[in-house]
Design a protein around this ligand. Sequence first.
Ligand SMILES: [Fe+2]
Length: 381
Amino acid sequence: MIKPFEFLLPTKIIFGRGELKSLKEELKEKNPKKIMVVTDPNLRNLEVFKKLLEQLENFDYVVFDEIEPNPKDYNVEKGAKCAVDEKVDLIIAFGGGSPIDATKVISLIAAQGGSVKEYMQKKIEIEKALPFIAIPTTAGTGSEVTFSSVITDTEEKFKYTIKSPLIAADVAIIDPELTLSLPKSITATTGMDALTHAIEGYTALCTEPIAESVGLTAVSYITKHLEEAVENGDNIEARENVMMGSLLAGLSFSHSDVAAVHCMAEALGSIYDSPHGTCNSVLLPYVMEYNLPETTDKYASIAREMGIEGEDNLEVANKGIEKIKKLSKSIGLPDFKSLNINPDDFEKLSEMSEKNGSTPSNPRAINKEQYLEIFKKAYKE
Ligand SMILES: [Fe+2]
């Protein structure tokens, strides 16, 4: 039986090389009085940011460039204050997942008031947010089409997810040309984040047929083109395909969920501030090994999307997991040990992983003891 489900997509998607130019038209239509551009301090100095500003020539705008990686509660509070003080009525999020995730909650607080903590603890119901346009400059997070925002509570050192279709972007302008100048390491880490979204979105317990279809197709786009995009960053064909994979993976997990890999990666990110995609990449194959008894057929389908052939699903699935390990290595991502995580923290990290709201979505039941075993295994190999 196909379980009943709803599929909602409040975001208009504009995809294509050079489509940044469509921003002007979108803005003319929305006719904002004042725009706030939310980004990070590094991006502000890059050529790609000048391209964005060219589009804003005839508009009144302010730039808020204080978003850190693994965006923090205080980044969001400060951004929301800036939006209110400047009487902003539209936000453009420009950058990777951090500025886009942060903008979702900035636009919420600017429109509705309250604090980040109150939304994290679900003390206030989400009712409205300022309109925002998401323009990703990396191919990985899928945040431009998801309804969720992951923000670090710096007091608790815990990453909370704030989720509602009301905080999704109104428009996502996805222009692969914006990723041409990304360094190899960011291409690699964000690409593996996208692959993890695709695999978890496809296999999460709450998935449905549309999320499954786009998730599985995303695996194909990403795994066939990621190595080339890392190796030859100016290959627009490869960039475009990885970006499409990232978009589809975002659509998949936002209508399904992420699962154990993200629960563990978010725990690592909360304590160590390690790059999100790299945390996913070091843990993904080990979680897959754990999940394999419950997901053999789906993992075999994933492996077949990666070009692996064979009759026996278990054998094909195992080869797929090995290929994912090799892929991380070949694109230069480190192993778990190189992240300088203290094994004494595994206990605490396992507890945090169990507490994550996506733990019940994992295709095989998992608790803190099993998380601990996976942390240990990933660290040993
Ligand atoms: Fe992610």
